[in-house]
Design a binder for this molecule. Sequence first.
Ligand SMILES: [Zn+2]
Ligand SMILES: [Zn+2]
Length: 263
Amino acid sequence: MAKVYPLFSGSKGNCYCITSGSNSILIDVGRSARQIEQSLKDNNIDILSIKGIFITHEHTDHMKGVRVLASKYRFPVYATQGTLSELDKMHQLVPDKFKSHIITDGTEIAGMTVRTFKTSHDCHESVGYTVETANQRKVTLVTDTGCITNDIRQSLRGSDVVIIESNHDVNMLLNGRYPYSLKRRILSNYGHISNDTCSKLLPDLVKEGTSRIVLAHLSKENNFPQLALQSARYSLQKENMKENIDYTMTVAKEIGDGSYIVF
Ligand SMILES: [Zn+2]
Ligand SMILES: [Zn+2]
């Protein structure tokens, strides 16, 4: 049985733990090592079950804890070449203390197969991740992307669980207090996807077999969990898809509340 725990989500830090049998991996470690250690403890996940840390990109909300966690526990760190060299420039990698690896397509770790796909974001070489368990169950995580590219669309296909960004409500963002340049950045093809963009995609994912949806990386400033859920539900309802029958949907909390998704 595999489980995914949304431990942290949003601009203050992102971290997901995927467990399969007695092994685990972390995708992003965007909170302090201490907070992540505590969260794992609260969720009864043995930190020593972790076999690797996978980083989507070098923004702080995705890598804040990497240096301490990797040097303290000697976890290998996986990321693209572009992300690893940025982490290195930021002195987040300590090569003599732990190993960092350029992610290759189809990395086998802890009985899971991890694949990447490119995301469209304002950093060096960002990716999303697809993790497949030994019994062919598949979870896909896509956050921090300004648009849904063909590559992303292809990777989402046939995922049992989808963790997908639903960052902002466009009107809240436009009418909010962010400076114009930041609004423009978020709305660009290299920023973050809105509730609308996310919602429009969901019916097709459910048609392709996705039954569990997690809305993630919500903006605290420009979104509300209820608004993201409402937008997603409306889009699925229009296609006659019924919540808790055809799919289940949750919002990843800023600080995980102990809930997890079995897949
Ligand atoms: Zn982020
Ligand atoms: Zn980012």
